[in-house]
Design a protein around this ligand. Sequence first.
Ligand SMILES: *Cc1c(COP(=O)(O)O)cnc(C)c1O
Length: 232
Amino acid sequence: MLTDNYTQVLKNIEAACRRAGRDPEEVTLIAVSKTKPVEMLQEVYNAGARVFGENKVQEIMDKYDQMPSDVKWHMIGHLQRNKVKYIVDRVAMIHSVDSVRLAQAIEQEAARKGVTVPVLVEVNVGEEESKFGLSVEEVLPFVEETSAYPHLRINGLMTIAPYVEDPEDNRAIFRTLKKLSVDIAGKNIDNVSMSVLSMGMTGDYQVAVEEGATMVRVGTGIFGARDYSQRG
Ligand SMILES: *Cc1c(COP(=O)(O)O)cnc(C)c1O
């Protein structure tokens, strides 16, 4: 069943790419496996998935040790500075950089471990109070300030769009993020690339792909609904 779900999401991405005149190769599907047991991850891995997204440091560490070594782990959740040290050399990308202090912590730990960490700047495009992320206006100054960090490589932008019934309602959000990334790319800041746009989740990833997403983060659409009732 998970195999079918995974394959269906890939097909939907391909269809969205066709509608938008894009090459499906440009879009990476991140299988968001938070709260799900490794047996389920393994099933999706067997279906071909190699990129997984998690939002908790402890969960990345546990699953990192249990899953095959060719899995690429993406940290997509809010990251506390004191936990950076546990994942900085385990993750392929951190999607949730939203403060200079966090960027500094990543720089420090990455330098200590001798790695360079690809990161995305999280943008709260919808300006929701409950969400992390910089406002649209804060992004350029932030990128200018952190671009010189040698062990942190800014690769693009990420947003978590509001929860909506109709995915069309988020199209403007995705357009805004795309425009911001084009604007920043146009500044040609040393060490900064805007090649990644991480946007779109189960409810709206097809619209996000139409609007230029290069990474979509799909959990429920692959693994089914999450059950938080069992967790302390
Ligand atoms: C949980 C989560 C997702 C996946 O959400 P679904 O609606 O289950 O696809 C995507 N991005 C982030 C940052 C998440 O925390």
